[in-house]
Design a protein. Structure first.
Length: 632
């Protein structure tokens, strides 16, 4: 068992009147075996730092400490790295000098012979809460299931060699009579839970590797209020045209990256001054959640967002409906932090993906942000050992995203196309090698997706190496109209292929995927990989002239036509509209009390016109028509 957040929070509330000397300096001296009535060489900063590092370092990204004891500023208990050799040493020598044998500016320390009485005098009527101090110090320790409160308290005394005299004079020895059931948990209090109690230290580096935890919009887009709660892995977004699928994806991008693309997000026309709001939560790799609320500034026509983020997104890729791509790389954002003229994200038009993205500097010099698919493909393919790993990764990605195992995307030999001076990559097709610039729209979109996945990930690895930071362990893929330009045979494999390719591209990365689709084949393809524990199906629906986003249960349907008649797509029949209308009329007359023979004949002519000869509705209908005297 481990100490729970409930008990830890309770313990932290017991130290308001305790001087930090008793929780740090006193324990450091006891651990060091400070002599009584004489001195010996002890480096105070060293023994204090040993205690601080072991028990008071609460945040890995903050190089200081958290001290929960009495302070003049209760709003900020985070102390600097040199706290032990500055403020704490000053408190120890000045306030508690009457208890110690010590000459300033020396390393000679010892207890005075009457130090216990003097320390007791400093405490006044208060005492050090032994049980609760032990809870704080040993918060990460594993305890046996039959542990008693006295066992926890007494570990403090044995660990720091507290004498019986010190115990009786300085400590509150009381312990809870009964251990509460919520005082322990199966897992130790992690940094995330601890910082939820303590608060985030000032100046701490934001936690990286965040994904979207929730998104809520008020008086923006098609809905007065919309709430999106994504799962940690796969999210499929469905709904009719103009209900806001692309709007939701654009908001996801904005929440994760803080940057707008070519179209800003504006409030609704019917919104009052205070109504427009975008709230979202970012969940880091460690599970820490930061909630952020942005309000619209009408005068500046922009969103006001809190200046400091405690969570930074992982690598974010957005494949947009028009063939453009956006990439947000936290490593690039770090490099561009001081260069305000540069945007943190890269937005590629469809043409720039193929030909490269130059950026003109103020000096007039051109910097190439990306060489583009054509140049990079040729470089990777013909550049020898230096680019071998990159090309293998790209080839693997192409193979994984292929429409089938028989018809897979495989690079051929480059060729020249006059008057183009560049060599152009080719794909091996069953009938010939085809230059990629002449490939079909569906093939070109998948080529662009494969290239951006490989390029963005390896660019991130390179930039992370440059800034001496570990690569991200979170990748977020946003993709609009997944089925665009793809044959149904390709649609039914694309979702599992995407998930597999991302896992193979970066095996240490946890992907979060947001896909928008109109395709029943896409839904059928997801059946093989959808897991209710990590995935969700979201559906936009128009209810009383307001768009609502609901979570639907994901039920395997086996056939794509059954997805068409599900609540996801809402068709009455998996047929043409006239055929559906004819069948509905046929059903209605079948349940009427006095079916009209002439009307039955008219409906029959409609069915003949719109239904296939082997439609499964015929047996039911012909039996009914013959029963009522209609000749078939």
């Amino acid at each position: 068992m481990f100490i729970s957040t409930t008990l830890l929070s309770k313990a932290l509330g017991q130290f308001e009147s305790v001087n930090p000397f008793f929780g740090i300096s006193f324990l450091a001296f006891k651990k060091a075996g400070l002599p009584i009535g004489e001195t010996r060489e002890v480096v105070f900063s060293q023994i204090a730092d040993d205690i601080l590092n072991e028990y008071y370092r609460a945040c890995h990204s903050h190089n200081g400490f958290y001290q929960p004891f009495h302070t003049s500023d209760k709003s900020d208990r985070w102390v600097k790295p040199r706290y032990g050799s500055t403020s704490l040493q000053r408190i120890t020598t000045d306030t508690f000098g009457d208890c110690l044998l010590h000459q300033k500016k020396t390393s000679s320390w010892g207890w005075r012979s009457d130090y216990v009485k003097k320390l007791q005098k400093h405490l006044g009527s208060d005492r050090i809460p032994a049980f609760f101090l032990a809870i704080w110090l040993f918060r990460s320790d594993k305890w046996p299931t039959n542990v008693q409160a006295v066992n926890i308290r007494d570990k403090l005394f044995t660990q720091f060699f507290i004498t019986p005299e010190e115990k009786d004079a300085l400590f509150d020895l009381s312990i809870p009579k009964q251990i509460s059931s919520d005082w322990f948990s199966e897992t130790p209090v992690g940094e995330t839970e601890l910082l939820d109690i303590l608060g985030t230290p000032p100046g701490a580096e934001p936690e990286e590797g965040a994904a979207l935890h929730f998104l809520e919009t008020n008086y923006i887009g098609p809905s007065k209020r919309l709430r999106y709660d994504p799962a940690e892995r796969l999210n499929i977004l469905t709904g009719d045209n103009s209900l806001g699928k692309t709007f939701v994806l654009e908001c996801i991008w904005w929440a994760l990256t803080g940057s707008e693309l070519d179209q800003p997000i504006f409030p609704r026309q019917d919104a009052s001054k205070s109504q427009p709001r975008i709230s979202f939560g970012l969940s880091t790799e460690r599970g820490r959640l930061q909630k952020i609320a942005a309000h619209f500034d009408w005068e500046r026509q922009s969103w006001t967002v809190p200046s400091s983020r405690k969570a930074v997104s992982g690598l974010v890729l957005y494949a947009r409906h028009d063939g453009s791509f956006a990439v947000w790389d936290p490593a690039r954002a770090k490099i561009n932090q001081e260069k305000r003229s540069r945007r943190d994200h890269i937005l590629f038009s469809r043409q720039e993906i193929w030909d490269g993205l130059p950026e003109k500097q103020s000096s007039g010099r051109i910097e190439w942000i990306c060489n583009g698919l054509i140049r990079d493909w040729i470089t990777w393919q013909t550049g020898g050992q230096r680019y071998e790993k990159l090309f293998k990764s790209f080839v693997s990605c192409l193979y994984g995203l292929s429409p089938s195992k028989i018809e897979h995307l495989e690079p051929g030999e480059p060729i020249r196309l006059a008057p183009e001076s560049r060599e152009i990559p080719t794909l091996k097709m069953s009938y010939d090698n085809v230059p990629i610039v002449q490939a079909s729209a569906g093939v070109q979109r998948i080529l662009a997706l494969a290239y951006l996945l490989v390029w963005a990930w390896h660019e991130h690895l390179s930039l992370s190496t440059l800034i001496r930071k570990k690569p991200q362990r979170r990748l977020v893929l946003i993709m609009d109209e997944v089925e665009a330009h793809l044959h149904p045979r390709w649609q039914r494999v694309i979702v599992p292929a995407l998930m597999r390719v991302i896992s193979e591209l970066a095996s240490t990365v946890s992907p979060q995927i947001h896909l928008a689709t109109h395709s029943p084949m896409i839904m059928a393809s997801a059946e093989t990989v959808f897991d209710e524990k990590t995935d969700r199906l979201h559906h936009l629906k128009l209810i009383n002239r307001n768009v609502e986003l609901e979570e639907l249960p994901f039920r395997k349907r086996g056939r794509a036509d059954l997805w068409l008649v599900s609540e996801v797509f809402g068709l009455g029949q998996a047929r043409s509209l006239p055929a559906e209308e004819a069948i509905e009329e046929a059903k209605a007359i079948q349940i009427s009390k006095q079916p009209d023979e002439h009307r039955i004949s008219e409906i029959h002519r409609q069915l003949v016109q719109h239904l296939a000869a082997d439609d499964d509705f015929w047996p039911r209908w012909t039996f009914f028509a013959k029963e009522h005297g209609v000749k078939i």
